[in-house]
Design a protein around this ligand. Structure first.
Ligand SMILES: C[S@@+](CC[C@H](N)C(=O)[O-])C[C@H]1O[C@@H](n2cnc3c(N)ncnc32)[C@H](O)[C@@H]1O
Length: 234
């Protein structure tokens, strides 16, 4: 067992849901980091953030975990100016891309974290502070021996439940049906979540959700998408 796979003293898993790829940033993304990170970036710190101070107001708070290149988050923020949107993504080029979209779109309701979402939620996001959390097309980690790397696990769902306000909603989508089944199984047995699906399994795709890069890729490969929505019980 590697150092990374050994359990932590607090019992939470220490296996990461990502590998930091050495993807190159374009010149535009580099420039966006330099010019716009000071305006929209939330530097990681193991202390709870003051979200009202971060966004400069009180408003419904939405978090998107693993936003990729940020297309969905930018369009959601533009469509919902009354909500504050925090994106969390470990991949710096994706962060650079979203910084460009935020700056060119003149979006004032977006902030960005370039850090592991597990640590950000655990340490920076105060309990019961979020209205909505999105996890769209998380890495499916197809091989059985890699399933432990999937971000949607019981302990991460515990953590999200603790950060959602009572009545807050967790929305997920995946184009990998076995992962969708795993999500459904974990959420259905979780005491803190209530399924918003009338049929007790999946929900219809939200027409307002813009297709993400990975969703479009899944479509090209002929994959079926599953959407899930669960409410944090009061
Ligand atoms: C398969 S991609 C999907 C990206 C995007 N949501 C989309 O649909 O196009 C998964 C993304 O999650 C990010 N990711 C995985 N684990 C993460 C974590 N613990 N914290 C932050 N980002 C994470 C990866 O870097 C990657 O960009």
């Amino acid at each position: 067992m590697s150092e990374q796979e050994r359990g932590r003293p607090d019992g939470r898993r220490s296996i990461r849901s990502f590998v930091v790829r050495a993807g190159r940033m374009t010149a535009g993304q580099e420039k966006a980091h330099t010019d716009f990170w000071p305006l929209y970036g939330l530097p990681y710190s193991p202390q709870p953030a003051d979200l009202d101070a971060l966004f400069g107001r009180q408003a419904p708070r939405v978090v998107e975990i693993g936003f990729g290149n940020g297309d969905h988050l930018a369009q959601m923020a533009a469509a919902r100016p009354d909500a504050d949107c925090l994106g969390i993504e470990v991949h710096p080029p994706g962060v650079g891309h979203l910084l460009q979209l935020v700056a060119t779109g003149g979006l004032t309701n977006v902030r960005i974290s370039n850090h592991d979402a597990v640590e950000v939620l655990e340490n920076q996001i105060p309990p019961a502070s979020l209205d909505e959390v999105f996890i769209l097309f998380p890495d499916p980690w197809h091989k059985k021996r890699h399933h432990k790397r999937r971000i949607v696990q019981d302990d991460f769902l515990d953590l999200i439940a603790s950060r959602l306000k009572p009545g807050g909603v967790l929305r997920l989508a995946t184009d990998w049906v076995p992962y969708a089944e795993h999500m459904l199984e974990c959420l259905a047995r979780h005491a803190h979540y209530e399924n918003l699906s009338p049929s007790g399994d999946y929900v219809a795709r939200d027409a307002e959700r813009v297709p993400t890069r990975f969703e479009r890729r899944g479509e090209r490969l002929g994959h079926e998408t599953r959407d899930l929505a669960f409410r944090r019980r009061a």
